[in-house]
Design a binder for this molecule. Structure first.
Ligand code: GLA
Ligand code: ZN
Length: 673
């Protein structure tokens, strides 16, 4: 088997965060014995161990880590080695209290948890560079080393700091970006409410103000905070590249979790050698496997379509949500393999052995408190065998049908205060459109609004409030060239500075949609409207309506009631070789599907009527072959049609015409030919 990334792995990655420092050494031998029993191929080590590795300034203790790495290597387990910079030791903060971050209302966090760091702080930067250098020098050529795991989940729990050194750093960032303070005044529209700045020194972070602050300032501060955190990642990465050439560097992302909305993963995806992601099921009553699929698709997209790796998920319940259900039997494997179907080169967990102490002792693990005579352990061993049976799929790529536009900057801007309706939530629209595509069994790539879209027959724009002029032109070109576009309301409204595009809304999309919006007419809480189609079909909607004036577009559905009664609700615009659809209200699930069906027809994307709801079918293809993953999330056995006969890799059976997928099970077919 050829090696891929991580270095030295010839199978899919399977393992988890391994924190042997929480246990006496006598436990370590049992750990590796059980890791072998389960088929573990890689573990992440040392993520939180700075205080042990450097117990006092300039005093190091690497002995225990030497022994851990040697032990793992002797047992054939690869190591994803952490730089422990997410938690500096307490001595560091006692010497440099100003390295603890400050909130927008001026309070400084205390030591005693994790991730409390001011990323502008020069002392933190120096100390992080030092411990990273020491680790790279000591372990850069250790035979167990497969990958570097820099820091942990950058951006949480503190996404921005508002201290004085951040203020100074922000001014430098602004000076580089804008050149003059007048350019800042212009971009931020500071004439409004008399906020004009005379010099860079007068500018502060968007700290506590009595009412809404300048939105463009707030948006730039998000960009600044993200860029500052990225500077620190790059600094560590460059040290590791220099001292350990050939060893890939990653940091674990949280691409689709709304807990982490402060990181622009489009930018970060370009900085890492391998995109890795952490994903946890959010139990808020919605279908968790749909959110999982979305996270995996987004992660793959951030990786530019290349294979990526699920670095953390859970074997069963987590412990940080209000209610933390255990996974049902079989759900863990289904979750793991659903990530693999969508491009992950394995499935890793937080964590190997469940902790007895500390904040996460009620979080599930691969090896539970109850040991090996447990359901979770038996399922872990089973998953190890399944992943081993799938090893030939490494380096193949997931095949997508359609694209959904996604942009963190737009999300940041949209979430600022004083918008037409508090009930409109851009992320909710993204989830809803994704779910509608999922239910049509279409695999989604996410794309930046300025990316080349010509490969996709259908591009969906859920609610992309901020859109540059360049993005608008990109979409016009895409439609003129034959593409089909489906756009939700409140898209293309402002430019990169949160300034409304000149002229009637939606400025960036007027031409491609062939319409203008004269006025937004959001609804009161609980109010609904009906929209009717040409054949009399009625659809239900809420939250948002608009006064749409067609300027080239045809009206397909019309508001039957509500403030915009008689106005177009859903329109279709033929432009060049393509078609652009516009949905001006928040349709319910059935309504969204009805419009999507029409757009999909225009785009000629495949309809997959033979597939039951919640039976997920995804393909990976590459040099080793073409593979069909069929994941049955339902409690009923299902049949999935096969265009080509093939061999099922988990059972070894041959299949032709169709494959039976038992309730809750996964099947992976290597297609012949
Ligand atoms: C995150 C962290 C881990 C752990 C898990 C628990 O992903 O990276 O250290 O806290 O959450 O779910
Ligand atoms: Zn700071």
């Amino acid at each position: 088997m050829p090696e891929t990334t991580p270095k030295g792995l010839t199978r899919l990655a399977f393992g988890g965060d391994y924190n042997p420092e929480q246990w006496p050494e006598s436990v370590w031998t049992e750990d590796v014995r059980l890791m072998r029993e389960a088929g573990v191929t890689m573990v992440s080590v040392g993520i939180f161990s700075w205080a042990l590795l450097e117990p006092a300034p300039g005093t190091y203790d690497f002995g225990w880590l030497d022994r851990v790495l040697d032990l793992l290597h002797d047992n054939g387990i690869r190591v994803d080695l952490g730089t422990p910079t997410v938690v500096p030791p307490v001595w560091f903060f006692r010497a440099h209290p100003e390295a603890l971050p400050v909130t927008a209302d001026g309070r400084r966090y205390e030591f005693g948890s994790r991730g409390a760091i001011c990323h502008s702080n020069a002392d933190y930067r120096a100390a992080a560079a030092n411990i990273t250098t020491r680790l790279a020098e000591r372990y850069g050529d250790h035979p167990a080393l497969a990958m570097w795991h820099v820091h942990n989940e950058y951006g949480v729990p503190v996404s921005a700091c508002y201290c004085d050194s951040c203020a100074a750093h922000f001014r430098r960032w602004l000076a580089r970006r804008y050149g003059t303070v007048d350019a800042v005044n212009e971009a931020w529209g500071t004439t409004f409410w008399g906020q004009r700045y005379g010099g860079f020194d007068d500018i502060n972070p968007p700290r506590l103000t009595p009412t809404v602050g300048n939105p463009a300032q707030a948006l730039d501060y998000k960009r600044f905070a993200d860029a500052t955190i990225r500077e620190n990642f790059r600094a560590e990465r460059d040290i590791l590249h220099r001292l350990a050439p050939g060893v890939p560097v990653t940091t674990n992302f949280m691409t689709a979790l709304s807990q982490c909305d402060s990181i622009d993963y489009w930018a970060w995806g370009r900085e890492v050698d391998l995109v890795t992601n952490d994903h946890y099921l959010i139990t808020d009553g919605r279908r968790t496997h749909v959110n999982l699929a979305m996270a995996a698709d987004l992660t793959r997209s951030v990786a530019g379509g290349a294979p990526w790796l699920l670095l953390e998920h859970s074997t069963s319940g987590v412990n940080w949500q209000p209610r933390n259900p255990a996974k049902t039997p079989g759900q863990m494997a289904r979750n793991s393999l659903a990530h693999v179907a969508r491009g992950s080169e394995g499935a890793m967990f937080f964590q190997w052995r469940q902790s007895r102490r500390g904040a996460e002792k009620f979080h599930s693990a691969m090896l539970p408190h109850g040991g090996t005579d447990t359901r979770v352990w038996r399922e872990v061993v089973g998953l190890g065998a399944s992943l081993d049976a799938l090893r030939e799929i490494r380096a193949t790529r997931t095949v997508a049908d359609v694209a959904v536009l996604w942009d963190w900057h737009s999300w940041w801007a949209q979430n600022l205060e004083w918008r037409p309706s508090a009930d409109h939530d851009a992320r909710e629209r993204a989830d809803a459109f994704y779910e509608a595509l999922y239910d049509r069994h279409l695999t989604v790539d996410f794309a930046h609004p300025e990316a080349d879209l010509s490969a996709y027959p259908l591009v969906v724009v859920p609610a992309l409030y901020l859109m540059t002029e360049a993005a608008g032109h990109n979409l016009t070109r895409y439609v003129e060239g034959g593409g089909t576009l489906l756009v939700s309301y409140f898209s293309g409204i402002v430019d990169e500075h949160d300034a409304v595009h000149e002229g009637a809304c939606p400025g960036a999309l007027r031409d491609v949609l062939g319409l203008t919006v004269e006025e937004f007419a959001p609804l009161l809480e609980g109010d609904t409207v009906r929209v009717t189609g040409p054949d009399g079909t009625g659809l239900a909607a809420d939250v948002w309506t608009e006064f749409v004036v067609p300027r080239g577009a045809e009206t397909v559905w019309t508001y039957a009631d509500g403030p915009a009664a008689g106005y177009p609700a859903v329109t279709r615009h033929r432009l060049g070789e393509g078609t652009a659809w516009y949905v001006s209200t928040r349709l319910d699930t059935g309504g969204l599907d009805a419009v999507l069906a029409r757009a999909a027809e225009d785009a000629r994307v495949p309809a997959r009527p033979g597939l039951p709801r919640d039976v997920e079918v995804v393909r990976r293809t590459g040099e080793s072959g073409s593979y069909l993953f069929a994941i049955n999330h339902t409690g009923t056995d299902a049949k999935v049609p096969l265009d080509t006969p093939g061999t099922e890799l988990l059972t070894g059976e041959t299949a032709a015409g169709r494959i039976e997928v038992p309730a809750g099970a996964v099947r992976v077919v290597r297609l012949d030919g």
